[in-house]
Design a protein. Structure first.
Length: 306
């Protein structure tokens, strides 16, 4: 089943085109990353998915329900954790979550509310007024609010921005379980690229309102040049015909030389080693260092697309 279908969405603000024909299909059960620099259009796209912004052109469906023409049903299928800390200062945590349940017509929801609070370490704050909570605790409540109606699709917009390590670990443990055991679709935007690399199965990268990369995480890691073959030569030197691959070198004083050579795929490693053996160089140590998501992100943002 398709969880989110985005069809040729365009959106402009006073002549500035924030989205330029974005199309994406996100399947039910995916953990999907939506990445890009500031101003790339991520928040505009999420606001469109949530029905807060109407696209000028194109459409968005959540589980087949159009976010404009069938807003009520689409919104029931969706839980959104916004970047901003928005809260009502007049209620306790439990009251806030009960009210949120009521917005979706859900009564007697305390059992699920208790479970959500327990998993987000909010149980001991259940009867504390929202305005008395720390910023990190308020963010936990935002996550709980997004989950009270058990939505099959969860959108997390920078959920760990400015929060402590404990909350990040607590949040990812719970969200991962919902994705793994409950089959929930998760869409994540984050500037913490190591989080996206660890969590997301597939990634779309936005630049200037357009999708410039869309692939599985493993495929992106394989196809982007950025891996390094690091060789420490005990004796001998790097052949001249391999020097164009050097990204970094260290010349030792009597202890050999260390080189970092750019490689695009595993198949390139053996010919390099064979050439070193042929030249008479003796390898003391060797390490293959793969590109990570940060390498990929930088390359794609510089080149515009892969």
């Amino acid at each position: 089943m398709t969880a989110i279908q985005i069809n040729s969405v365009e959106k402009s603000y006073k002549g500035f085109k924030a989205l330029k024909g974005v199309s994406l299909t996100i399947e039910q059960g995916e953990f999907f990353g939506l990445l890009g620099p500031n101003g790339a259009g991520k928040t505009t796209l999420i606001s469109t998915i949530a029905g807060l912004i109407r696209p000028d052109v194109g459409s968005v469906q959540i589980h087949g329900h159009d976010v404009v023409t069938d807003f009520r049903e689409a919104r029931k299928k969706l839980g959104v954790v916004p970047q901003e800390l928005v809260f009502d200062p007049f209620f306790t945590v439990r009251e806030t979550l009960r009210l949120q349940s009521g917005y979706f017509g859900i009564k007697n929801n305390d059992k699920w509310i208790d479970e959500v609070m327990e998993n987000l370490d909010l149980t001991n704050k259940a009867d504390v007024n929202m305005r008395a909570l720390s910023g990190g605790m308020k963010r936990r409540v935002l996550v709980a609010q997004a989950l009270v109606h058990k939505p099959p699709v969860i959108v997390l917009d920078e959920p760990t921005a400015g929060v402590d390590v404990e909350l990040r670990q607590t949040l990812w443990k719970f969200i991962s379980r919902l994705n793994r055991e409950g089959g929930h679709t998760v869409v994540l935007t984050t500037h913490y690229l190591e989080e996206a690399q660890a969590m997301c199965q597939r990634v779309a990268m936005l630049k200037s309102g357009q999708v410039v990369a869309l692939d599985t995480m493993s495929a992106l890691l394989r196809r982007v040049s950025g891996s390094q073959l690091i060789v420490h030569l005990k004796s001998g030197d790097l052949p001249q015909d391999l020097r164009h691959l050097v990204s970094h070198d260290e010349h030792g004083n009597g202890s050999g030389n260390k080189y970092s050579l750019r490689v695009n795929e595993y198949a390139e490693v053996e010919p390099i080693l064979a050439r070193l053996r042929e030249s008479g160089a003796v390898i003391d140590e060797m390490q293959l260092q793969q590109a990570d998501l940060e390498d990929i992100f930088i390359q794609i943002m510089e080149k515009g697309a892969l």
